[in-house]
Design a binder for this molecule. Sequence first.
Ligand SMILES: NC(=O)c1ccc[n+]([C@@H]2O[C@H](COP(=O)([O-])OP(=O)(O)OC[C@H]3O[C@@H](n4cnc5c(N)ncnc54)[C@H](OP(=O)(O)O)[C@@H]3O)[C@@H](O)[C@H]2O)c1
Ligand SMILES: *[C@@H]1O[C@H](CO)[C@@H](O)[C@H](O)[C@H]1NC(C)=O
Ligand SMILES: *[C@@H]1O[C@H](CO)[C@@H](O)[C@H](O)[C@H]1NC(C)=O
Length: 333
Amino acid sequence: MDARSLWLILAIVAVSKSTGVAPRLKLNDGKEIPALGLGTWLGFTKEGTRVPVQGDEVENAVQWAIDAGYRHIDTAAIYNTELQVGRAVNKKIAEGVIKREDVFITTKLWNTRHAKEDVVPALKESLQKLNLTYVDLYLIHWPISESEDQKFLDIDYVDTWRGMEEARAQGLTRSIGVSNFNQAQLERLISLTNSKPASLQIEINLNLQQPDLLAYCKRQGILVTGYTPFGSLFSDKTTEEVPPPRADDTSLVAIAQKYNKTVAQIALRYEVELGVIPIPKSIHKKRIEQNINVFDFELTQEERDVLKAFDKNYRVIAATHWKGSPHYPFEKN
Ligand SMILES: NC(=O)c1ccc[n+]([C@@H]2O[C@H](COP(=O)([O-])OP(=O)(O)OC[C@H]3O[C@@H](n4cnc5c(N)ncnc54)[C@H](OP(=O)(O)O)[C@@H]3O)[C@@H](O)[C@H]2O)c1
Ligand SMILES: *[C@@H]1O[C@H](CO)[C@@H](O)[C@H](O)[C@H]1NC(C)=O
Ligand SMILES: *[C@@H]1O[C@H](CO)[C@@H](O)[C@H](O)[C@H]1NC(C)=O
């Protein structure tokens, strides 16, 4: 081997160590989705309002993510981050780092746009903010329908789905799916429409592993995207009453040390091994790089059993203010 080829190989090894590559999984409509993505919701403040976007923080996060190897970005109309996601993606396309078809963009229809004829206009507004001609996946964000002044409306999500199908037929999105639907709602949607969501996006983390819903989706060929993958791991983001584990849990730390990984990476890897597509959010470069670096090791069955035992059916996102809706998807007690 000459010096130049050796240098090239070393360079490739160095790059592949500092960036991550998530394998692509096949959706039931034949399209492909990368097995991990970047979340771009900034969360709630202590007062329960949405954290406002500051400066270019999301645009920077998405650029760092693409440089680190992410090819899947999750946003939503309600997050108010579509503009910055779009700027970052278009910048990386202009720089030649990616082509549009290399990156999988998900956005979501908000509760106030559930009328069938509202879906296409709502997606067009998102596309304008994203500065894209299509998204890869459009999701009904919640089965719940509300008016602008936050009164529950009696719009059936099956009607909303007809609007989603129209959006796909117009080429505005490649795939369509739903978020925060329970199994009964999925069954009803599938039986009444004779079509299947490409993906279900739900909360999945150590405290909320939802084995029955995952098994149902597997039988139906619906890939599950897992939101809030860190659950209540980080003490600064949770309160004492919330069930453990935290990131300093001794059994988690032991597993992390064995693989020279962080506890955050162990939580993400576990989800990947459950067949779930995690979409961790961070606006910090080092964490963004760390979070996709989970495809070079595998947990043992014994370790998976330890992680499984943390399941308590405890939700971070219980959306209890929507309990009054006829389509509230979660347990009401
Ligand atoms: N469909 C839905 O209804 C729904 C609901 C909730 C979320 N989502 C989607 O899912 C995404 C992820 O969920 P999420 O944002 O609720 O929670 P998450 O990704 O589980 O946690 C995000 C928090 O963890 C911190 N963090 C990230 N990586 C870390 C690391 N390696 N070490 C330590 N701390 C780390 C982040 O802080 P920094 O940013 O400061 O690093 C942030 O505060 C959202 O952004 C959104 O795209 C969807
Ligand atoms: C929108 O995208 C196009 C094509 O990628 C790009 O030339 C243009 O600068 C973008 N506009 C904005 C406002 O980002
Ligand atoms: C452990 O991981 C860190 C961060 O990825 C890396 O810099 C270091 O070289 C690794 N150590 C070993 C022994 O692999």
